[in-house]
Design a protein around this ligand. Structure first.
Ligand SMILES: Cc1cc2nc3c(=O)[nH]c(=O)nc-3n(C[C@H](O)[C@H](O)[C@H](O)COP(=O)(O)OP(=O)(O)OC[C@H]3O[C@@H](n4cnc5c(N)ncnc54)[C@H](O)[C@@H]3O)c2cc1C
Ligand code: FES
Length: 243
């Protein structure tokens, strides 16, 4: 974990409630599937946001405004210098990917998969990608994934774009492994539908974000785990789904 001050370069809306923030600072060693904890001025608790992109000293975060903290983030301007804790969480283990891994993102679960796709491509592995959204107006990053050369499917729940349905309705027949991030009902349905192994990034309410407060503890088949430190990525077979 590092405590780094970044400088906002841009903070642009992608949809009515989703923003992309680019920040310049020390990005060395940040892994796909890890998250940063953003100190938002005026708020005691930091806000955890997944790493969407990370290259040459520029960090990209994509976040949805859901409450006062993320609304304050959306008001940040180029030149602002937020304090971030970086390198948090375990990240995805890309050594398991095989030849044709599948990346599955739902809504604001999409961002960490973009950095994951880039890292897989750097390893010479081209992933298939499914990005699920409720409706066309909520779609973001489809063009960015296509620009990487990935095979991209974008189902929407209301059928306003792509296949009508959920990510589980768009699963290809063959894939060697999967990496997923999204709302818990989506992740649970995915695990029920696929026989293939994979890893899932879970989102829990967090306190400290680095393992000290136990506020994010979650029961797994191998005992309690702190999602901020032992996760946020867990293997499919580790997760105990609650009804
Ligand atoms: C490891 C991790 C990675 C995340 N990555 C992203 C990301 O890349 N992009 C993104 O948009 N969001 C992400 N989140 C969720 C983000 O942290 C919350 O939306 C944010 O902290 C809400 O702050 P707020 O002050 O705006 O809302 P609050 O006023 O604190 O809450 C508003 C609403 O959001 C819900 N909420 C708050 N925090 C969380 C949380 N941690 N998980 C789920 N629901 C929450 C609350 O229950 C409430 O309904 C991530 C969360 C975690 C734990
Ligand atoms: S948020 Fe404090 S231990 Fe995870």
């Amino acid at each position: 974990m590092k405590n780094v001050r970044f400088t906002v370069q841009s903070n642009l809306s992608l949809t009515a409630s989703v923003y992309e923030m680019r920040l310049a600072g020390d990005t060395a060693g940040i892994l796909p599937g890890q998250f940063v904890n953003v100190q938002v001025p005026g708020f005691y608790l930091r806000r955890p946001i997944s790493v969407c992109g990370c290259e040459a000293g520029v960090l990209t975060l994509v976040y949805k405004t859901v409450g006062h903290g993320t609304e304050a983030m959306a008001r940040m301007q180029p030149g602002d210098t937020p304090d971030l804790l970086t390198g948090l969480g375990n990240g995805y283990d890309l050594s398991k990917a095989g030849n044709t891994p599948l990346l599955i993102g739902g809504g604001v679960g999409v961002p960490p998969l973009y950095y994951t796709a880039k890292k897989l491509l750097e390893q010479g592995v081209k992933p298939k990608v499914i990005l699920g959204f409720n409706t066309k107006a909520e779609i973001f990053y489809e063009a960015e994934f296509r620009a990487l050369g990935c095979d991209v499917t974008v189902p929407t729940a209301d059928g306003s774009h792509g296949v009508k349905g959920f990510v589980t309705d768009a699963l290809p027949e063959l894939y060697t492994y999967f990496y997923a991030c999204g709302p818990k009902p989506m992740l649970k349905a995915l695990c029920a539908r696929t026989a293939t192994d994979g890893q899932l990034s879970l989102e829990e309410r967090m306190g400290c974000g680095f393992g000290a407060c136990m506020g994010c503890s979650c029961r797994t088949v191998t005992g309690y785990k702190r999602i901020c430190r032992d996760g946020p990525v867990l293997r499919k077979e580790e997760i105990l789904w609650k009804d």
